[in-house]
Design a protein around this ligand. Sequence first.
Ligand SMILES: [Zn+2]
Ligand SMILES: [Zn+2]
Length: 282
Amino acid sequence: MHVTVLGSGGCTVIPKPLCKCRVCREAREKGAPYARTGPSIFVHDENLLIDAPAEIAWQLNRANIDRVDYLLFTHLDPDHVEGFRVVEQITLDFRTWEAYGGKTIRLLLPQVLKDRITDLKTIYGPLIDFYEQQGFVECIGFDGRTTIGQTEITAIPVDRGSQTAFVYIFEKKGKKIVYAPCDIKPFPEHRDEVKHPNILVIQPGIFEKGLKHGFRYPENHISRTTLYTFEETLALARRLKADQVLFVHMEEYWNRGYDDYRAIEKNLKNMRFAHDGMRITI
Ligand SMILES: [Zn+2]
Ligand SMILES: [Zn+2]
């Protein structure tokens, strides 16, 4: 399988607008891999886009993607869906305001997300209603498992009340990618599907030290309900027996630049921090 990390950042881009911190200044000066845009990956085998952050149109151009057949959302939080309108930008025939023939993107949605996607609205109503009417997307609900082309997709919910996020497993010809970029606690590690992946793509979680402003997370901080600590994530990855681990969704407030992550990697076996535009083949 061939994957491109379109965006390796988290809920704020790096450089964060207006920010003068060391990490942002360096990113502004040097660009990628120091700069990071919102969380998104592309699975080339099936022309499958996963998540649409605000920068998605630009990310697709940067990565020279020339076709999107499928779109999948891990969850409906703004940092993953702000760029949903890219489906209109990709497919729109301005003469009819409908999609060009053959350009309709199949939007794959686990049932829980299909029930909630109408909550994404503009002043005219739910985005999905307009996108479906105009043929920009075709909504395809599924429960648990679906197949596209030669790739099998398993969706496992991370149950956090009304904000369900999904961990996705992509399998093709005996190879397996587990994709868990955001809001992954409690991680469904009881499920066999997440074990022994060739590559686990996961967010590193909370760094306890070295954060901006010298901040230390109190024991009862809200972020601890959705995020593991970095040490807990390392332990989780080892329990899952991932051949390789790729960290994504890097946050600006973690106060670490590309070189800092490279230094951390040196002490970790088969674990890397992603950067924008990174290509992975398994
Ligand atoms: Zn900054
Ligand atoms: Zn996120």
